[in-house]
Each structure stands twice: as C-alpha cells, then as structure tokens.
Design a protein around this ligand. Structure first.
Ligand SMILES: Cc1cc2nc3c(=O)[nH]c(=O)nc-3n(C[C@H](O)[C@H](O)[C@H](O)COP(=O)(O)OP(=O)(O)OC[C@H]3O[C@@H](n4cnc5c(N)ncnc54)[C@H](O)[C@@H]3O)c2cc1C
Length: 524
C-alpha cells in the first residue's frame, strides 16, 4: 500500500474549533509554520459551531472575583484555583482583543453603545456576550475565514488523526528508549484517499473537542467522540477527571431533532420547567430553581421523568417571556418550528443530553501536557478550570484563552525537533489482506457503546451499573481491536477505535471514584 507523502511543520494542530483556531492564529502570527487538520469536510463543523448561549466576559457591575466564586461554586470545590484565576483575570482581555477587535464578532447590543450581557444559570451577574443565539457559528466562521487568509497556515479538511506519533514508541531506533518520550506529530488519514500519512511537527496541539457522542442522547454533533482523549491515552499522556461528564438539562425532545440544544439562556431569561401535567418542580430541588447548577437541574428532570414514567418534561418560555421571543431566540424559534413546535405559543418538550467533558488531557497554564511537545487545548484538555462541573458559557472562553496561550508559549520557546530522522520512524502499517468493513458491525458496535454509556455510566450511576458497563465495554474493546487490525482503513473504523477507548476511559474513571461530586453522581 503506498504511503502519502509525509509533511513536516513547526506546529501541527489537530482540530479547528475555537481552541485550535486560536492556537493556530497566535502561532502563525508569531511567524511559525502551522498545519491545521480537521476530520470534517467542512472546517467549521465542530462543537464550537453549535454553541448558542455565548461566551463569558465581565458584565457592567462585575468583577473577576465574582466570576471566580461562581466558577468554584459550580465546580463543587474541586477546581484548579490557578486555572480559575487565570480565566477570570485574562478572559475579558482576550475576548476584547481577539473576538471584538481582530475578528470583529458582531456581539448583540442592548443599545448602539452598549453590549448586551445575558444571564445564565450559575452566574451571579449578567456577563455572557452573545450573537443572538448563534454565537458559536459566528465565531467559528470568522476564525476559519481568518485562518484561510493567514499565509503561515495550511488548513487540511477531511484529514483525521489516527494516532499521535511518539518516540520511542514509533521509532525503529532502540537508542530512543533511553530518552524521554516525546510527541513528534501524528499519523493522519486522508478521508478521500483512505491513505495514512505522517505529519511530523516540532510541537503538536490536540484541539479535538469533547466526547458527548459516545452517549445515546447528546447535544454534540455525532463526530464529537473524543478522538483526542483516546490518542493522548495511547500516547501515554496523563488523563484526569473523565468521570465528570456534564449533561445538559434541556435538549429538544423530538425524534428527528438529533439533540438540538435549548440553551441555558432560555431559563436565564425566565423560562420554567414543568411536568407534562403543567406543575413546576425546580423549587423542590434547589432554592435557585431553574438557575441552579446544571447538574442539579439535570438530575431533577431525570427524577421527575422517572417518577412520572415520562420521556420528557416541558420548558415553558411563553408564559414568562417579557420580550420578543423570535428576536431573542431566532434560531431556537426557527428550529423548533421546523419540528412543529411554536415556542411563542406552547412549551418546549425537553430531555437531558450528554453535553460537555470537564476532564481530559491534564495540562498546565500554557496547555502543556505530561508528554513532551504535546499540548492540549479546549474541551479535550483538563486545565482544572471546571472542577466537577462546568459553569455555563465558560468553555468557549477556556478554548480561546488556552488556545492563545499555547500558541504563544510555543512561539516564545520554539525549539525545532532535531532528535529523530524520518526514516527511523515507522510508516503506517497496512495488513496484507485487508478485510472489507461491514457497516452493520460498525453500527451495532456504536449502538452498544452509546446505550451502555447512557444507561450505566450516565446521569445517575451505581457501582453495579458501572461494573456492568466495564465488563461489556472491555469485551467490545477486545472485539473491536481484533477487527481494527484486519479491517481496511477508513474513517468509520478509526472513529470506532477512538470511541470504545473513550467509553472505557469514562467508565474506569467513574468506577475508581466512589465520591459524588458535581457531574459524577453515584447512588447507593
Ligand atoms: C450544542 C452546544 C451548545 C454549546 N453552547 C455553549 C455556549 O453557549 N457557550 C460555551 O462556552 N460553550 C458552549 N458549548 C460547549 C462548547 O461549544 C465547546 O466546549 C467548545 O466549542 C469546544 O471547543 P474546542 O475547540 O475544544 O472543540 P470543537 O469546537 O469541538 O472542535 C474540535 C475540532 O477537532 C476536530 N477533530 C476531532 N477529532 C479529530 C481527529 N481525529 N482528527 C482531526 N480533527 C479532529 C473537529 O473536526 C473540530 O475541528 C456548547 C456545546 C454544544 C454541543
């Protein structure tokens, strides 16, 4: 099997959501050659694109100390104080400089002279900047346009990282075993040719986003299967806090809606949760009612659904809105209407959905992982900012801040890799007799992974459920690895290998943490 020509670059960035794009922009503007890859044919496709609510900044009567307190409270006290301090003090500056001045994001305004700061659950102040309810789409499109115009950036769409290239692991030279392990790029599948090339890089940044799509119900696009966690784990980087999977309380309940999110700001703007019989219930769970931290709202909904044997609850905006719903939530209005629900006239049926991973590849304040020359930024990383539970709208800002910092750190400390020779690094291995991939097998494996995760490692966990999940997933892992070794290389096979690894990472982390905190909730 021929190998596609390998590439050599200063920085390889895997993923171009807000985190990867911020890192790319910073590194490229500092003069480094940057290759950015994304597994999607459309470079905009990412979790970032679907973010609706907005990005945290500091409101008019606000202060970094207040933001810090809110993040810590939401994180259930196990946040990394240094990361919380950094985001609270530096975040607004990056929003102003990169998003407002450089990318000219047209954030919504309450008057021609004033930005409109929205309220969201868990925030003690109105501090969320938004572009109506399509904030992520606007940010992502502008970033991609900017990267396309940047001469130091090569953007390769439809290129999927299969594994990190590490020495000594991928080296033919036994002498490398005496050196510290190091990341030197990645094996990358060209989705069009199904050939794997080696991209060598002095520095590699993982910016692959989260893993909501290993669950049956998720707000994430189906591609968000946590590729970066799986690759970093196999490459030997430290991964922490994977048990803290945040479930969004309110995704649209409709057969065809594919987890469409009803943003937290809808509750922030006064909407109330009700049973199908029309009874409000949040007051029975938390004095902040609908504005309680999202893990508590999620469990309350789950409980009400279980008690009433109902597949959904209702989110009533129309009875409480004192504004023009169509203007404030145009995207949510339009999308719900597409599914036959007019939110200006009736409540919205909602269910919880896997939404955000608070854990990930452990990094420091510059995005450096425990593996030399590997950085991780955005949702794939764990800075410790979110602790056990993310405060709404802080993740876009975390991606922006750490992405920019990683780009800067690499540029300030740039040291080209000299310690290897490409001919000493293994090319991708193709089995002699490749087996045709049977899509029925792949589909069934995904159904097994997703329903196991939803039922046994989901919103409410028990020791027994988790043990069962581990046993089932271990067996599936064994089957998939056998199949992977013999199968013809393609995108679906790579995704399945990443997905089963991620499901096991979450389950094993949940099993080894017997204490309920934030998004990790264990029932006896
Ligand atoms: C519906 C929804 C609404 C949200 N609303 C908000 C909000 O209002 N405010 C907020 O702060 N956060 C919100 N979030 C969370 C937030 O959007 C994400 O946490 C954030 O966008 C993650 O950014 P990222 O750059 O880390 O990853 P992403 O934006 O997910 O980007 C990941 C990138 O990695 C690429 N990739 C993945 N695997 C591979 C691979 N193997 N090879 C090559 N490329 C790969 C993808 O193609 C993509 O380019 C929301 C999330 C969702 C799903």
């Amino acid at each position: 099997m021929p190998e596609e020509k390998s590439l050599l670059t200063d920085v390889l960035i895997i993923g171009c959501g807000i985190a990867g794009a911020s890192a790319a922009l910073k590194a490229a503007k500092s003069g480094l050659k940057v290759v950015v890859i994304t597994k999607n044919a459309k470079p905009e496709e990412s979790n970032t694109y679907y973010a609706q609510g907005g990005i945290v900044s500091l409101g008019y009567d606000d202060h970094p100390e207040l933001l810090k307190e809110d993040i810590m409270e939401s994180g259930d006290g196990i946040n990394n104080p240094a990361a919380v301090e950094l985001l609270s003090t530096e975040g607004k500056k990056e929003v102003d400089e990169i998003l407002i001045k450089e990318l000219r994001i047209p954030f919504s305004r309450s008057s021609p002279d004033s930005l409109d700061y929205a309220q969201e659950a868990g925030h003690s102040r109105r501090r969320i900047l938004h572009v109506q309810d399509t904030t992520g789409k606007t940010i992502e499109e502008r970033f991609i346009d900017r990267l396309k115009a940047e001469p130091n950036v090569t953007l390769l769409a439809d290129h999927r990282a299969v594994d990190l290239l590490t020495v000594p692991h991928h080296s033919k030279n036994p002498v490398f075993y005496y050196k510290e392990p190091q990341c030197i790029g990645a094996y990358v599948l060209d989705n069009q040719t199904n050939l794997v090339k080696r991209i060598f890089a002095s520095y590699t940044i993982l910016a692959t986003g989260g893993c909501g799509a290993v669950y049956l119900y998720t707000s994430n696009p189906r591609g968000a299967i946590g590729d970066g966690y799986a690759m970093a784990y196999r490459g030997g980087a430290r991964i922490v806090n994977m048990e803290y999977i945040q479930f969004h309380p309110t995704s649209l309940f409709h057969r065809d809606a594919d987890g469409f999110l009803i943003s937290e700001t809808v509750r922030g703007e006064g909407a109330r949760l009700k049973t199908r019989g029309g009874r409000t219930f949040m007051e029975n769970y938390n004095e902040k009612k609908e504005l309680a931290p999202r893990d508590e709202v999620t469990r309350a909904i789950y409980e009400e659904m279980t008690n009433s044997n109902s597949a959904y609850v209702l989110l009533d905006l129309v009875s409480y809105a004192k504004f023009d719903i169509k203007k404030r939530f145009p995207n949510i209005y339009k999308t719900c209407l597409k599914y036959g629900i007019d939110i200006t006239k009736e409540p919205i049926p909602v269910v919880p959905a896997a939404h955000y991973s608070c854990g990930g590849v452990l990094v420091d304040e510059w995005g450096r992982s425990s593996l030399n020359n590997l950085y991780a930024v955005g949702e794939v990383s764990c800075t410790g900012l979110h602790g056990a539970n993310r405060l709404a709208s802080t993740s876009l800002l975390e991606g922006l801040v750490w992405g920019t910092r990683a780009g800067k750190h690499i540029a300030d400390n740039f040291d080209p890799i000299v310690s290897y020779d490409a001919s000493e690094i293994h090319k991708w291995y193709y089995p002699e007799k490749e087996e045709e991939v049977d899509p029925a097998l792949i589909n069934q494996d995904w159904i097994s992974i997703r329903s196991t995760m939803w039922n046994y490692a989901g919103i409410i966990r028990t020791q027994k459920r988790l043990e069962r999940a581990k046993a089932d997933l271990d067996y599936l892992h064994h089957r998939i690895m056998k199949f992977y070794k013999e199968a013809r290389m393609d995108a679906k096979v790579v995704d399945l290998k990443h997905g089963i690894q991620v499901a096991l990472l979450i389950t094993n982390a949940a099993l080894s943490n017997p204490v309920s905190h934030g998004a990790h909730y264990l029932k006896n």
